[in-house]
Write a protein that binds this ligand. Structure first.
Ligand code: PEP
Ligand code: MG
Length: 560
C-alpha cells in the first residue's frame, strides 16, 4: 500500500529510487562523564583545537574542489568551524574540567539556543553548527566523518535536515532527489538542490518513519513523497517528467501562450556572473536584480562609481534587453552593515526595504545615481523598482526621485496594503512587480523562513492569489505592466495561472526559466484564465493546485 506524504516543493522534477539516510554518530555515553584532571586540561584543549582545525581544513579542501553555491556553502561551514566564539566557549568548558566531547556538545548547544531565539536566517545556521559538532566529535573519537554514504545505485537522500557540507558534495547521478523533514524553501538543502538540478521537497511530514532502502517517488513539483508506490505508475511519472525536462531544454522563447499571447519570461539575478549565466537560457531580460545581495559582506557603503560598475555588468550581460534593478532591500533576513539598522524586536515588520530611505535618504539617492550612471555607460537604460512599498505616497516619492535621475520607476507589491491600493500606486509609477514571497508572508502573517508555517506561505494560497488578481486587474485598467518576480513565477503550473490572472511578465531563477516558458507555450490564454478562475474559487492551496492541474493538463498541446 502506498502512502503519500506532503511537503513543500522546492525544486521541480520527479525521481523514483530507494532511500538512503545520512550516517549518525554512535552514542557518546562513555565519553561524556567524568572530570579532566587539571594537569591534563591544556592537552585536552589542544586535542580539541586540533580536531576543529582538521575538520575546517577538510571542509576547505572540499570547497576548493567544488564550484558555485557548493563551494560557498563549504567555505562558510569551514569558517564557522573556526569561529572564535564557539571555540572559546568549548575551551572554557574544558578548562573548567569537562572532557572535550562534553565541552563540544555544551558549547554548540549554547550557540544553537542563541541562534534559534534570533530566528530567521540565524536559526537556519543551527543545522550548520550541529553538523560541525558531529564532525568534530567524530574526529575526537577517531570515527569516520559522519555524512551521506556514497550509494551504489541511484538513490533518494532522506534526512531530518541536511548539513550544508553534506549536500554540497553530492553527486547528482547517484543522489537523484532530496527530501527532508525540516528545512524551509530557502534552506541550504534547497539552495544546493537547485544548483544540482535534482528534485527536492522539504518540510515533509512523516518522513522520519521511512527507512533506508524503501522505494519512494519524490515529486518536486507537487511537493509529495509517495512511499512504496505502484512501480509501473512511478515509472510512468518519471518518464513524463523526463519528457517535460526535454521539452523545457528545447524551448527557445520568446514567452507566449500556445495561441500567441505574449508574456515576457525574465530571470532573477544577484550579480553580473548570475546574469551572464542567465543569458545562456532563453530569458528575455532581467525581471529582478537583487542589488542588496552584491553587498551583504560590506562594512561600508560602496561608492557611486563602484556601484555603477556592479550594475553595469548586469546591463551589459543583457545588452539591448529589459533589466529591472531593485534598490537595496536591506533589513530583516538580509541586513546590510552599512544601512544603519537599529535593534528591532520584529525586523520583518520593521525598517526594511524602502523604509530605510526615510532615515537615510542619501543611501537611496546615491544608489539611483549609480544605477543611472550604469545605464548611461552601457547604453541600456534600466527600469528601477523599490521593495516593500506599503502606500501610494511612498510610491509617489520614490517615482519622483527615480525620474529625477532619468530612470523608469516601478514598485514591488509585497505588502497586502499595496495590493489593495494598486490602482492609486499606479498613478505614480510605470510598472508593478509582485513579490509573492513576501506577499505570502505578510498576507498569511507567517514567517517565510519558518518550515513549520510553510503550508501557509505556499503561493498557491487562494488569499495570496486574490491579491495578485487585484494587482493585475489594476495594471490592466491603467494599461501598465504587472510582473511577478517571486518564487511563484518559477513554478510552471502556477506561472500559467498567474498569466490567467492577468500578469504580463514572469521572472524566475535562471534554472526555472526554460520550464516555465515551455509549459506556458502548451496552453491557451483561455485555459490559463479558466485555471485562474478555478484557483480563486478554491478553498485551500491544495485544491487550488489540483484544480489548475486538471484544467491545464487536459488542454496541454504537447509536441513530442
Ligand atoms: C519577494 O518577496 O517575492 C521577492 C521577490 O523579494 P525577496 O525574495 O528578495 O524578498
Ligand atoms: Mg521581498
Amino acid at each position: 500500500m502506498s502512502t503519500v506524504l506532503r511537503g513543500v516543493p522546492v525544486v521541480p522534477g520527479v525521481a523514483y529510487a530507494p532511500v538512503i539516510r545520512p550516517g549518525r554518530l554512535p552514542s557518546l555515553e562513555d565519553e561524556w562523564t567524568g572530570e579532566v584532571p587539571e594537569s591534563d586540561r591544556a592537552a585536552e584543549v589542544a586535542r580539541f583545537t586540533a580536531a576543529a582545525a582538521a575538520v575546517a581544513s577538510r571542509l576547505r579542501h572540499r570547497a576548493g574542489l567544488a564550484s558555485g553555491a557548493a563551494a560557498e556553502v563549504l567555505s562558510a561551514t569551514a569558517t564557522l568551524a573556526q569561529d572564535r566564539a564557539w571555540l572559546g566557549a568549548a575551551e572554557k568548558r574544558i578548562n573548567a574540567g569537562a572532557p572535550a566531547v562534553r565541552a563540544v556538545v555544551g558549547a554548540v548547544e549554547q550557540f544553537a539556543d542563541m541562534f534559534t531565539q534570533m530566528g530567521g536566517l540565524m536559526a537556519e545556521r543551527v543545522t550548520d553548527l550541529n553538523d560541525i559538532r558531529d564532525r568534530v566529535l567524530a574526529e575526537l573519537l577517531g570515527l569516520p566523518e559522519p555524512g551521506v554514504p556514497a550509494p551504489d545505485v541511484p538513490s533518494i537522500l532522506c534526512a531530518d535536515d541536511l548539513a550544508p557540507a553534506d549536500t554540497a558534495g553530492l553527486d547528482p547521478t547517484r543522489v537523484v532527489a532530496l527530501a527532508t523533514t525540516i528545512g524551509g524553501p530557502t534552506s541550504h538543502t534547497a539552495i544546493i538542490a537547485r544548483q544540482l538540478g535534482i528534485p527536492c521537497v522539504v518540510a515533509v511530514e512523516g518522513l522520519d518513519a521511512v527507512g533506508a532502502e524503501t522505494m519512494v517517488l519524490v515529486d518536486g513539483t507537487a511537493g509529495t513523497v509517495a512511499v512504496t508506490p505502484d512501480p509501473v505508475a512511478a515509472g510512468e511519472a518519471v518518464a513524463a517528467a523526463k519528457r517535460d525536462a526535454e521539452r523545457a531544454a528545447r524551448w527557445t522563447g520568446p514567452g507566449a501562450t500556445s495561441d500567441g499571447h505574449a508574456v515576457a519570461i525574465l530571470a532573477n539575478v544577484a550579480d553580473g556572473a548570475a546574469a551572464r549565466s542567465a543569458r545562456q537560457t532563453a530569458a528575455e531580460g532581467v525581471g529582478l536584480f537583487r542589488t542588496e545581495l552584491c553587498f551583504l559582506n560590506r562594512d561600508t557603503e560602496p561608492g557611486i562609481e563602484e556601484q555603477a560598475d556592479v550594475y553595469a555588468e548586469v546591463l551589459e550581460a543583457f545588452a539591448g534587453r529589459k533589466v529591472v534593478i531593485r534598490t537595496l532591500d536591506a533589513g530583516s533576513d538580509k541586513p546590510l552593515k552599512f544601512a544603519g539598522h537599529a535593534e528591532e524586536a520584529n525586523p520583518a515588520l520593521g525598517v526594511r526595504g524602502i523604509r530605510i530611505a526615510v532615515g537615510n535618504p542619501g543611501l537611496l539617492s546615491r544608489q539611483l545615481e549609480g544605477i543611472a550612471a550604469a545605464g548611461e555607460r552601457t547604453g541600456n537604460p534600466p527600469w528601477v523598482m523599490a521593495p516593500m512599498i506599503a502606500t501610494a505616497e511612498e510610491a509617489e516619492h520614490f517615482a519622483a526621485q527615480a525620474r529625477s535621475y532619468g530612470l523608469t520607476p516601478g514598485v514591488m507589491i509585497e505588502v497586502p496594503a499595496a495590493a489593495l491600493r494598486a490602482e492609486q500606486i499606479l498613478r505614480h509609477v510605470d510598472f508593478l512587480s509582485i513579490g509573492t514571497n513576501d506577499l505570502a508572508q505578510y498576507t498569511m502573517a507567517a514567517d517565510r523562513m519558518s518550515a513549520d508555517l510553510a503550508a501557509l506561505t505556499d503561493p498557491w494560497q487562494p488569499a495570496v492569489l486574490s491579491l495578485v488578481a487585484m494587482t493585475a486587474c489594476a495594471g490592466a485598467a491603467a494599461g501598465k505592466p504587472v510582473g511577478v518576480c517571486g518564487e511563484a513565477a518559477a513554478d510552471p503550473l502556477l506561472a500559467c495561472v498567474l498569466v490567467g490572472l492577468g500578469v504580463t511578465s514572469l521572472s524566475a531563477a535562471a534554472a526555472a526559466v526554460q520550464g516555465v516558458g515551455a509549459r506556458l507555450a502548451e496552453v491557451s490564454l483561455a485555459r490559463c484564465r479558466e485555471a485562474a478562475d478555478a484557483v480563486l474559487a478554491a478553498g485551500t492551496a491544495a485544491d487550488a493546485r489540483s484544480a489548475a492541474l486538471a484544467i491545464l493538463s487536459a488542454s496541454r498541446r504537447v509536441h513530442p
